[in-house]
Design a protein around this ligand. Structure first.
Ligand code: F6P
Length: 316
């Protein structure tokens, strides 16, 4: 069997550990492993290279993805996918392990229907894949956000300021909610918690009246312009306020122990599934266990909202 591996969508710490696990497990079983550069874009461009076990050495601790990644909207078109299938056929590659988010899963499902056996692994900092409890990269990005917010807390305290900090997550508030709990943020604003501006302004004003020296507000991206919100808070509460957007810093860095282990298990498990003749499956985590379901099921599932946000009010 010849197995290809690619990473697609936003990169996430731990992707390299997953690539390594796919390649090493394939070789362990006597299969051949191929790396596809730059996600589906590279696949369409025929950027396919054979990988040996040493090609994936020295990378467990590296952030990003050594294979490169991309977002290719055109992959939704059948004619574009046909080019990808042709390249895979030319190399005799009959199976693919893809690591990424929802868009990556959709691409894998479509390829699977075109005869390429696909297994999808959840790799994104957003933790927004409904089928899995945790995605590869989420906890590392969370640590990065926590580290940054702790630093903002230092200066916020010194200057008696209100700090508004924007955290990534696309449409999922998990990074913000987990970071809010871990950093003791006074207010967390996400799609799940809801956003009523007047209520936020009142809460900050009350906090100041109660003598709070400083205040941290964590805001998930795509909810409100944090620079505008900071100005509005300052005008309403007379609390000196600063806004910080953490941005892409959250995507990089050395993967945490949890992400390395999760990615290694999932990568190896994906090859096991292919070896058993299974395809069109998505690997997921539940507690410390991993398992699989149909990619279709993973895409259709409604995302359960983390119950952690219910704790926020009680903790402040
Ligand atoms: O999906 C990961 C993510 O970092 C999201 O949190 C964010 O909304 C998006 O990617 C940013 O995408 P890009 O790197 O293409 O700007």
């Amino acid at each position: 069997m010849k197995i290809g591996v690619l990473t697609s969508g936003g990169d996430a710490p731990g992707m390299n550990a997953a690539i390594r696990a796919v390649v090493r497990t394939a070789i362990y079983y006597g299969m051949e492993a191929y790396g596809i550069q730059d996600g589906y874009k590279g696949l369409v461009e025929g950027k396919i290279y054979k990988l040996g076990r040493n090609d994936v050495g020295q990378m467990l601790n590296r952030g990003g993805t050594i294979l490169g990644s991309s977002r290719l909207k055109e992959f939704a078109q059948k004619e574009v996918r046909e080019i990808a299938v042709k390249h895979l056929n030319n190399h005799g590659i009959d199976a693919l392990v893809v690591i990424g988010g929802d868009g990556t899963y959709r691409g894998a499902m479509a390829l699977n229907e075109m005869g390429i056996k696909c297994i999808a692994l959840p790799g994104t900092i957003d933790n927004d894949i409904s089928s899995t409890e945790y995605t590869i990269g989420f906890f590392t990005a969370l640590d990065t956000a926590i580290d940054a917010i702790d630093k903002l807390r230092d200066t916020s305290f010194s200057h008696q300021r209100c700090t508004v900090v924007e955290v990534m997550g696309r449409d999922c508030g998990d990074l913000s909610i987990f970071a809010g709990v871990a950093c003791g943020a006074e207010i967390v604003i996400t799609k799940e918690t809801g956003f009523e501006k007047q209520r936020v302004l009142e809460r900050v004003k009350n906090a100041k009246a109660m003598g709070k020296r400083h205040i941290i507000i964590v805001v998930a991206e795509n909810i409100v312009d944090v620079n505008v919100l900071a100005k509005e808070i300052e005008a309403f509460t007379l609390y000196e306020t600063r806004a910080t957007v953490l941005g892409h810093i959250q995507r990089g860095g050395t993967p945490s122990a949890f992400d390395r282990v999760l990615a290694s298990k999932m990568g190896s498990f994906a090859v096991d599934l292919l070896g058993k003749g299974l395809s069109g499956k998505a690997v997921f985590s539940k507690g410390i266990e991993i398992d699989y379901c149909d990619i279709q099921e993973a895409l259709n599932k409604k995302r359960p909202i983390t119950d952690l946000y219910r704790y926020l009010e009680k903790l402040n």
